[in-house]
Design a binder for this molecule. Sequence first.
Ligand SMILES: C[S@@+](CC[C@H](N)C(=O)[O-])C[C@H]1O[C@@H](n2cnc3c(N)ncnc32)[C@H](O)[C@@H]1O
Length: 313
Amino acid sequence: MTLPKNKHHQNKNHIPVLLDEVIELLDPLQGESYLDLTVGYGGHAKAVLEKTCQPQKAVLVDRDRTALASLGDLRDAGASLVHKDFAQAVHDIRLSEERFDIIMMDLGVSSPQLDNGERGFSFRFDAPLDMRMDQTAGKSAKDLVNDLPEQVLASILKEYGEEPKAKRIARAIVNHRPVSTTSELADIVEKIYRRRGRIHPATRTFQALRIATNGELEQLQKTLPLIPEILNEGGRLAAISFHSLEDRLVKRFLKTEFDQGYEARMRPLTKKPIVSASQSVHNPRARSAKLRGAVKIKQKQNERGMTNAYRRN
Ligand SMILES: C[S@@+](CC[C@H](N)C(=O)[O-])C[C@H]1O[C@@H](n2cnc3c(N)ncnc32)[C@H](O)[C@@H]1O
């Protein structure tokens, strides 16, 4: 199999985060099957497939058509590209016979999504307030800010953005309706804060609306419990999260599994999340990245009755 050679598995616009750490954690072996639930521009996928040498046993999922369109080389090498949200993709896989040795989840948005002003994810560019990862479906951020009741908006800003002035911002948004562009929204927030610190005052508002627009936490909540069902025994999961709300869900899922004792299906591979200081220089988006991993326990190991002390190692 010849995979497209790309020295650092990097699309020029998207640097995969914690790449070496992911490969070390997943330890892909020749012949293994691979499911990437957030393939994006394929940085992690290409590095994994270089080890498994089995692109025809790879299923690469993304809800963003533009990202998938950049992966013609992997499709030509035999990989299946799937345009779906990952909750739907995992639901469908579970109903099929297909099972995987390696599953990758690199959550959140890609740099090209953030850096393409027209997508409306960032206050750095004046554009329609869209923020949908899947531009073919669902409500945009503009629909949310203009249609949701003030209290619901406030709770989105508080919960998903941990925004201390959530109520005031929600009220100002409602008073300024219709709000159509990224700049209009950023101005509303800036007026409330008056002074600018190191971080733009609209950062938390934009994060909150992005999470709500894409149902990011619901996606993760629906998907994680199904992961053990679509992994082969001995199969590994790696999950990279970019904010505490996501990381908390991954951490809780792994802990819940582990607390099942002999019933547990997954064993964590990381006691603490893996973070990397060095990459922040090259990719500021990755500064907050946290990598966690787990392996699906082999049934025989469970039946043999490992002690909890052993299991905890
Ligand atoms: C951080 S990027 C992944 C980058 C990728 N690992 C790489 O190396 O190029 C996250 C990607 O996941 C996709 N994504 C996020 N949430 C998703 C979901 N619920 N279902 C499907 N795709 C999702 C985004 O559209 C984006 O392309």
